[in-house]
Design a protein around this ligand. Structure first.
Ligand code: ADP
Ligand code: MG
Length: 247
């Protein structure tokens, strides 16, 4: 069998003795899109924080294999070096810096460390092109809309040679036009072999975008199913643990 890109096995994560994740397992192949669905507080963000190294190795139980190697990250730098990049719901760009500076921020030890200004400008333009953002790299981030900032975050992830992009509820404050653009970009990245884990409450988006849908409820992994075989009602029924007729 082909080695999966990602294999999270039996992840347990507790906060002060309270289990937020109760043995969750998910796998994902290269270039696949997985949506993680669940009600508020079900453990979606915690699972992604475990995966991305926000919660380091040793602070959870279970194992995470990425490209067949056990991840023992002490922080997000370690997972980013492997090609796992998380974009959180709250945008983390520095508003008073330029788009270009933001793209290279935190990348000092990366392969573009010694690029001169002109080369950085060129590289930033190329990355902005990949996310279809038609802006000058020296624009200030605060001059951009929320949707554009989300795309700059993706450009920044691409600069880190991302293999698995995690979007944790990216669309909660975006307009529907912005969402359309974002979904198109994720589909294109998938075509380029970049896998994505996508967390959203908008089930129409989830079904349009995903190969797989995983559902968690109260920290338990309920199921992972082929998206094409699911309806929105199926997902909701798994999220709440009841058939809709009973609601
Ligand atoms: P979701 O993203 O699905 O809304 P979370 O993963 O954020 O859910 O939260 C899952 C559970 O873990 C919730 O009960 C939440 O209160 C708890 N939790 C999450 N982060 C922390 C934390 N840093 N400290 C204590 N409890 C937390
Ligand atoms: Mg969350």
């Amino acid at each position: 069998m082909k080695q999966p890109l990602l294999d999270m096995r039996d992840i347990v994560k507790s906060f002060s003795g309270v289990r937020a994740l109760n043995g969750v397992s998910i796998t994902l192949g290269e270039g696949e899109v997985l949506s993680v669905c669940g009600e508020n507080g079900s453990g979606k963000s915690t699972l992604m924080k475990v995966l991305s190294g926000v919660w380091p190795y040793g602070s959870y139980e279970g194992e995470i294999y990425f490209q067949g190697e056990l991840i023992q990250a002490s922080g997000i730098r370690d997972t980013e070096a492997l090609g796992i990049v998380i974009i959180h719901q709250e945008l983390a760009l520095v508003q008073e810096l330029s788009v270009m500076d933001n793209i290279f921020l935190g990348n000092e030890i990366g392969s573009f460390a010694r690029l001169n200004d002109e080369a950085m400008h060129h590289r930033a333009s190329e990355l902005l092109g990949r996310v279809k953002l038609n802006i000058q790299p020296d624009m200030l981030v605060r001059e951009l809309g929320v949707g554009q900032q989300q795309l700059v975050e993706i450009a920044k992830a691409l600069n880190k040679n991302v293999k698995l992009l995690i979007l944790d509820e990216p669309t909660s404050s975006l307009t529907s036009a912005d969402i359309r653009i974002l979904l198109d970009i994720v589909s294109e990245l998938r075509d380029q072999g970049i896998a994505c884990i996508y967390i959203s409450h908008k089930l129409d988006e989830v079904l349009a975008l995903s190969d797989w849908v995983a559902v968690i409820r109260d920290g338990d992994h309920i199921a992972t199913k082929v998206a094409a075989e699911l309806t929105q009602h199926d997902i909701i029924a798994m999220m709440v643990g009841r058939q809709l007729e009973e609601l």
